[in-house]
Write a protein that binds this ligand. Structure first.
Ligand SMILES: NC(=O)c1ccc[n+]([C@@H]2O[C@H](COP(=O)([O-])OP(=O)(O)OC[C@H]3O[C@@H](n4cnc5c(N)ncnc54)[C@H](OP(=O)(O)O)[C@@H]3O)[C@@H](O)[C@H]2O)c1
Length: 444
């Protein structure tokens, strides 16, 4: 069994060496998935063939039917975190005949809902198995399946955020216990962590207690949009974290932080899920915001604390740029783009030409853009939350702000029906404008 794992891992390591680092580490953001996804697509097919062959020989018959077994003993799903000898030893979980319903991506653009995957196996004793009660759907979920990137092999399991109940903990887990209500944010490289399955296995430090004032549906929106906004602002754009004590209730700080009182954060895509969180967090830090959004979403952005909302209906990006500059002059020192390559280029034209600028292109950015010397491009890598335990701090602070009522989650479009309706939910997101509403699938 171990030798089969070792073989699988060796071929994976070879595969990883052939790929560009930016592909392997690819987050779903920025310039990375413009064209680069082509390479892993080709290469992953060879891996997937190996995997499928190995899977064929390892399936067991359970209750008279074939069972899909993706446990790490046979096919380690953890890649980056567990490509080391010490993690080859996995820990069996006694769960009787529990099976794990899973929405498999079996090929490009092809899902299959199966009921008979094996209950997960821990890779180490600091992991937690969560039973999701609600999963948040995100653009990356349909994009990665439509364009075949961030899928290390087939079959894979996608889905990056959920809220649910702790079903099992490794013996060294101390922060949560079975039965706790929690949320998490996952890294796509671990198939066991894909949220479109009945049991999701993640490292302990990525498991946060559910804020008491949220239900599962609301908490399932924190792992991607909420955490991305928090970490983008606090970690990558160097915005000062607001203290929890000064944010109780919903009133903004009396004054902007003095040193940044004349600075602006530009959020191109203020009504996006991430933009909604970012606007609230910036306001709590005393940073003035300019949000670009549709007329329909103007009142939403204003209610979340945007200092200025520029409505985009019927206007060219050039016209929007003029409006941004008329408000901010040369004082945009931070910017986030949540729309795409074209708007990212307009953000770069809107920012200060004299002051130091940090810009996070969260949706996409062309590699060949000219970058002024005063501008630093921040590549937001949300995998850092999973790979660096120290980053749990950002999620804890976000939790505190939510519990204090200082940050609220987006309005929801809740779908009943569990994994069977995930594809339909992703199609809704892909179809476009949701008027600021987040699509969430209820699992129970
Ligand atoms: N790098 C990361 O880790 C990361 C994390 C989260 C999200 N993202 C990326 O960020 C983007 C946004 O995702 P999301 O889930 O936060 O939100 P979303 O659900 O994709 O946002 C949809 C909203 O975008 C707004 N929008 C559409 N076109 C626009 C335009 N031209 N200008 C301004 N706003 C526009 C629309 O609002 P209005 O029509 O009302 O304006 C629409 O309701 C996606 O590309 C996603 O992949 C990246």
């Amino acid at each position: 069994m171990v030798s089969s794992s070792t073989k699988w891992l060796s071929s994976l390591v070879c595969f990883r060496r052939r790929l560009k680092p930016e592909v392997l580490d690819g987050e779903h953001s920025s310039h990375r998935f413009g064209t680069d996804h082509k390479e892993p697509v080709e290469s992953s097919h060879s891996i997937s063939t190996t995997l499928q062959q190995s899977a064929r020989t390892s399936r067991e018959s359970v209750a008279g039917k074939k069972r899909h077994d993706f446990s790490p003993q046979k096919e380690p799903a953890v890649v980056e975190r567990t490509v080391s000898d010490d993690t080859l030893a996995t820990v069996s979980v006694e769960k009787g005949s529990s099976l794990n319903q899973s929405l498999l991506v079996v090929a490009e653009r092809q899902y299959k809902l199966v009921d008979d995957c094996a209950y997960p196996t821990l890779a180490n004793e600091r992991e937690v198995i969560i039973r999701p009660m609600a999963v948040g759907l995100n653009p990356i979920d349909w994009m990665s399946v439509d364009y075949n990137f961030c899928l290390p092999s087939f079959p894979w399991i996608t889905g990056r955020e959920c809220a649910g109940v702790v079903d099992h903990t490794g013996s060294e887990v101390t922060n949560v216990k079975v039965g706790d209500q929690v949320w998490t944010s996952t890294y796509y490289r671990d198939r066991r962590a894909g949220c479109f399955q009945q049991f999701v296995t993640v490292p302990e430090h990525t498991v946060l207690p559910m804020p008491a004032n949220l239900n599962f549906d609301q908490a399932s929106t924190l792992g991607v949009a909420g955490l991305t906004a928090a970490m983008t602002l606090w970690k990558w754009l160097e915005v000062t974290m607001p203290s929890v004590s000064c944010t109780a209730g919903s009133s903004p700080p009396a004054q902007a932080t003095p040193s940044r009182s004349d600075e602006y954060l530009l959020i191109w895509g203020g009504a996006t899920m991430t933009g909604q969180f970012a606007t609230q967090i910036a306001r709590l830090s005393g940073l003035k915001t300019i949000c670009v959004a549709s007329e329909t979403s103007k009142s939403l952005c204003t209610s979340l604390g945007a200092t200025h909302v520029i409505t985009r209906d019927g206007k060219s990006p050039e016209m929007l740029l003029e409006e941004v500059q008329a408000i901010a002059a040369d004082n945009i020192t931070c910017a986030i783009d949540l729309v795409g390559a074209e708007t990212a280029s307009y953000c770069l034209r809107a920012v200060s030409t004299q002051r130091p600028v940090l810009f996070a292109p969260l949706a996409m950015m062309k590699n060949d853009m000219a970058i002024a010397r005063n501008v630093r491009i921040e590549t937001v890598e949300m995998k850092r939350f999973v790979l660096d335990e120290d980053n749990a701090f950002y999620a804890e602070r976000l939790n505190s702000l939510i519990e204090a009522g200082a940050v609220k989650t987006p309005e929801l479009d809740v779908m009943e029906g569990g994994l069977a309706v995930v594809e339909e939910g992703l199609a809704r997101i892909k179809a476009g404008n949701r008027n600021g509403r987040k699509v969430v699938v209820r699992m129970s």
